[in-house]
Write a protein that binds this ligand. Sequence first.
Ligand code: DX5
Ligand code: ZN
Length: 215
Amino acid sequence: MKTLICPSLMCADQLHLFDEIKALISAGADVIHIDVMDGEFVPNIQIGTETVKAIKRDFDIPLDIHLMINSPERKLNYFNFGEGDFVSVHYETTYHPARAAEYIKSKGAKALLALNPATPLYVLEDIYASFDGLLIMTVNPGYSGQKLIPATLDKIKRARALLPDGYYIEADGNVSFESAKIMIDNGANMLVCGSSSVFSREFDYKTSTERLKGL
Ligand code: DX5
Ligand code: ZN
């Protein structure tokens, strides 16, 4: 399975999202990662439902909606995701992960279960089969620009060994050109690229994206 490059919109210029998304698409992004935060599960609030709907309306690139919100199973119908999109809900935010996955898949999207760095892989045992993939937070969620938690690199490797072939494993947080190589080698096939790669400002979006694709 090829590695999907998913630039994180949280790191883009929030006053010029339309132009930023256009530039990311022409730079070769595979998927646009959109962090949705409620200020409760994580101490931050950013992009809301109307912005996600507008992005869906104006662009046909797949969206990767990362829901960092409590009780996501009650709020999935706030969004208009569909075929080709990815939607992740955090294990730590719901009593009903299987119901959330069922709804996401009923809309034709891929359902991912997201785990905070401190949430052990064994929680997957009786729920992974309801999902299409796993999002492994490699930083504590809520902000861009944080430092990678080194132990999460091995967590990716252990997850890949546990999960069936073809299962998506997404790494999210401080995906640099260096850490991306390790994440791919350890089994990640979706990379959320933010302030330490695509948005590092060291290279333009196209150069960064091509560099990541070449890893
Ligand atoms: C953090 C978000 C990430 C973040 C990545 O909670 O889930 O998507 O935007 O940004 P960097 O790459 O700067 O960690
Ligand atoms: Zn994210």
